[in-house]
Design a protein around this ligand. Structure first.
Ligand code: FAD
Ligand code: DLZ
Ligand code: SF4
Length: 534
C-alpha cells in the first residue's frame, strides 16, 4: 500500500501518480533508520522513491517483544506519513499487504520494476546480517548502487579499532572515552583538561535508593496501537511479553522523542548519578532516561543527547552535578560508541564466543517471569511487561544469574536480542557476550560482572520480599545466587586467580575448607539441576 496516495478501485492496492513518471532512484529505509533530518530528505525529488517494509524476515529472525515490533512499525508508518506529507514519494509495504513478499530483496525488485529504477541506495545497516545481505543484493541487482552513512554515530564503524592497537588483548573503554571527550569537547576545560579535574566520577554514582527523592513521574507519550497489534497478530508473528497496545509508552516520531529528552534532562538527570546502580520494586527505571529506543532508531542523535546533558550542567551546575552529567555523557559518547566499534571489529565470530564453555539451557521462566527468586521475578517480569530494564538489572541481576549458573551465552544473547525495546544486535551482542557473559575471554570487560546476594541486598529492596535467605549459602532456603557465585569462582579459579580486579573473590573461594567447597559445589549442582523450579 502507498501511504496517503489514491487506492486503485480494482485491486485496492495503492497507486502513486509518480509511478507513471519513471522515478530512477529507490532508497531503502530500515525500521531503525527513522531520522527525519537525514540529508537524504533535504530536497524533494520526484525521481526518488523511499521504501519502507514491514517484513517477516525482520519480525522472525528472533522472537521479539511485542512492544518492539509495534514500536518499529509505528515509527516507520509515522515517518512514511511525514515524508509523504512533505512531498516525497513513498512506497510502504504493510505486513499483510497482498503483494508483500516478506523480505527486502523480493520487495525491492518489485519496486524497481514498478518505478523503472536505475539506481538503488541504502543507509549503512547497523547489523552484520543485514549488512552482508544488502551488500550482496546491491552487487547482484543490476542497478548502480550506493551505501551512504546513516549520519547518526559520532565515530565510524572502524573508529574504535583504529584507536586501539590491533593485537591488544583488551580494548579499554576508558581510553577510547577520553579521546571522545577531547574530540567532542564535552565537559572539557579551556586548557584541554577534563571538567573538575577527573575524567570519570563513577565512584560517586553508587548509592542505593531508599524511597527519596521521588523518581520523576512517567514522562512517556501514550498511544493506542491496538490496530497495529491486531495486524501483527493476524499475520501470526510470534512475540513475547505484554503489547501494552492501548497505553503505548514509546515515542513514534522525533517530536515525541525530543519531549522525552527534555523531560529526562529536567527531571531525571539531577539524580541520575547518585542512583545509577540502584534498583527498587517501586520504580522500573528510577532516574534512568529510557532514551535508548529513541536513540537506537535514530529519532535522536547521540551528539544532541550528550550535549543536552552537558549544557544543563553548564547552565546550572548545582542542579545538574558534574558526577551525574559526566556519568550520563560517558554512557553515550563512551560506552555506546565503543560497543559499536567492538561489534564491527569482532563480527561475525563474536556471536559464537563461549570462552567459559557454558552449556546450560535458559529456564522457561525467562518467558513467563514465574520464578520465586524475587530479584529475578522483578527484573525478568518487568522486562516482559515493559520491554525495558535498566543497566544494573540487565548486568548484575539477569546477566549475573546466567553467568554464574553457566547458561549457554548464545541462548542468553537470543533472549536479550528479543526482549528489550532497544535491542539491536550491534549494541546488544557485545553487551551480552562481552560485558555480561564474559564469553569473549575478557576482551571487552576486564573482569566478569557477577554478584552474590550481598550486592543485590545492598543495591535494592528485592531481598525483603523473597522466600530465600540472602545470608545463607548452602541451606535448603539459601539464596541461589550465593552458591552459584562461589561455585563460579571455584570452577574458573585458574583463569581468574591472577586478575588484580577480582583476585580477592577468587582467593576467598580458593581458601574455603574442602568441606565448604564440597557443600558449595553440591548446592550449585542441585540449583542447576532444578533451575526450572527456582
Ligand atoms: P540510561 O541509563 O539512561 O543511559 C543513557 C544511554 O546510554 C542509553 O540510552 C544508551 O543509549 C547508552 N548506554 C548506556 N549503557 C550502555 C552500554 N553498556 N552500551 C551501549 N549504550 C549504553 N543497550 C541498548 O541500547 N540495547 C541493548 O540491546 C542493550 N542490551 C544490553 C544487554 C546487557 C546484558 C547489558 C549489560 C546492557 C545492555 N545495554 C543495551 C546497555 C544498557 O543497559 C541500556 O542502553 C540501558 O539500560 C537503556 O536504558 P536507558 O535508556 O534508561 O539508559
Ligand atoms: C526489529 C525490526 C522488526 C521487528 N521489523 C522490521 C521490519 O519489518 N522492517 C524493517 O525495516 N526493520 C524492522 N526491524 C528493524 C531491523 O531488524 C533493523 O533495521 C536491523 O536489525 C538493523 O539494525
Ligand atoms: Fe534475589 Fe537472593 Fe535476594 Fe532472593 S535473597 S531477592 S534470590 S538476591
Amino acid at each position: 500500500m502507498v501511504l496517503s496516495l489514491p487506492v486503485c478501485p480494482a485491486c485496492q492496492q495503492g497507486v502513486s501518480s509518480s509511478l507513471t513518471e519513471v522515478p530512477s532512484t529507490v532508497r531503502l529505509i530500515l525500521g531503525d533508520q527513522l531520522n527525519p533530518d537525514h540529508s537524504w530528505f533535504g530536497k524533494k525529488d520526484a525521481s526518488v522513491t523511499y521504501v519502507f517494509m514491514e517484513v517477516r524476515s525482520e519480525t522472525d529472525y528472533v522472537v521479539h517483544h511485542a512492544q518492539k515490533v509495534i514500536a518499529i512499525f509505528a515509527g516507520m508508518r509515522r515517518m512514511a506519513e511525514l515524508l509523504t506529507k512533505a512531498g516525497h514519494q513513498v512506497r510502504y509495504f504493510r505486513l499483510n499487504d497482498k503483494d508483500n513478499r516478506q523480505n527486502f530483496a523480493a520487495n525491492l525488485q518489485q519496486v524497481f520494476a514498478a518505478t523503472k529504477a536505475t539506481r538503488f541506495e541504502y543507509q549503512e545497516p547497523d547489523e552484520f546480517r543485514l549488512d552482508q545481505d544488502l551488500r550482496a543484493f546491491a552487487k547482484e541487482c543490476g542497478l548502480t548502487t550506493a551505501c551512504v552513512s546513516s549520519e547518526h554515530f559520532l565515530d565510524g564503524r572502524g573508529g574504535v579499532a583504529a584507536h586501539f592497537q590491533k593485537d591488544a588483548k583488551r580494548w579499554l573503554m576508558e581510553s577510547y572515552y577520553r579521546k571522545m571527550r577531547v574530540r567532542t569537547r564535552l565537559l572539557m576545560d579551556e586548557g584541554g583538561t577534563p571538567a573538575g579535574g577527573e575524567w570519570n566520577y563513577d565512584k560517586e554514582n553508587r548509592k542505593p535508593w531508599k524511597g527519596t527523592p521521588p523518581p520523576p513521574k512517567a514522562w512517556d507519550v501514550s498511544h493506542d496501537h491496538s490496530a497495529i497489534w491486531a495486524e501483527i497478530q493476524a499475520a501470526g508473528v510470534k512475540a513475547m511479553g505484554s503489547p501494552s497496545e492501548k497505553d503505548f509508552p514509546w515515542p513514534q516520531d522525533r517530536k515525541e522523542a525530543l519531549k522525552q529528552l527534555d523531560a529526562f534532562i529536567e527531571r531525571g538527570l539531577p539524580d541520575f548519578g547518585d542512583y545509577e546502580d540502584a534498583m527498587h520494586t517501586s520504580s522500573d527505571r528510577l532516574f534512568h532516561s529510557r532514551l535508548s529506543f529513541a536513540l537506537n532508531v535514530k529519532l535522536l542523535t547521540p551528539a544532541e543527547v550528550a550535549a543536552a546533558a552537558a549544557d544543563a550542567h553548564a547552565r546550572d551546575p548545582k542542579r545538574y552535578p558534574l558526577a551525574a552529567t559526566e556519568g550520563f555523557v560517558r554512557q553515550i559518547i563512551g560506552w555506546r560508541e565503543y560497543i559499536r566499534g567492538v561489534y564491527w571489529a569482532k563480527m561475525p565470530g563474536y556471536a559464537d564466543a563461549n570462552g567459559l564453555g557454558h552449556t546450560l539451557s535458559l529456564p522457561s521462566w525467562f518467558w513467563t517471569g514465574k520464578v520465586k527468586m524475587n530479584c529475578m521475578r522483578h527484573s525478568v517480569g518487568q522486562s516482559l511487561e515493559t520491554a525495558y530494564a535498566h543497566h544494573i538489572q540487565r548486568l548484575m541481576v539477569i546477566g549475573s544469574f546466567c553467568l554464574t549458573a553457566g547458561v549457554d551465552p548464545a541462548e542468553v544473547e537470543r533472549w536479550y536480542l528479543g526482549v528489550y525495546i532497544d535491542a539491536f544486535q550491534w549494541v546488544e551482542l557485545p553487551n551480552v557476550i562481552g560485558m555480561s557473559q564474559h564469553a569473549d575471554g575478557g576482551f571487552l570487560a576486564s573482569k566478569p560482572y557477577c554478584c552474590a546476594a550481598s550486592y543485590v541486598s545492598k543495591m535494592s529492596n528485592y531481598c525483603g520480599g523473597c522466600p530465600y535467605d540472602p545470608k545463607d549459602r548452602t541451606g535448603p532456603l539459601a539464596c541461589p545466587l550465593n552458591a552459584l557465585y562461589w561455585d563460579f569462582w571455584l570452577r574458573h579459579q585458574d583463569r581468574f586467580l591472577n586478575n588484580p580486579r577480582i583476585g580477592m573473590a577468587v582467593r576467598q573461594a580458593a581458601n574455603m575448607s574442602p568441606a565448604e567447597k564440597a557443600a558449595v559445589r553440591k548446592k550449585a549442582a542441585e540449583l542447576r539441576e532444578g533451575i526450572e523450579e527456582l
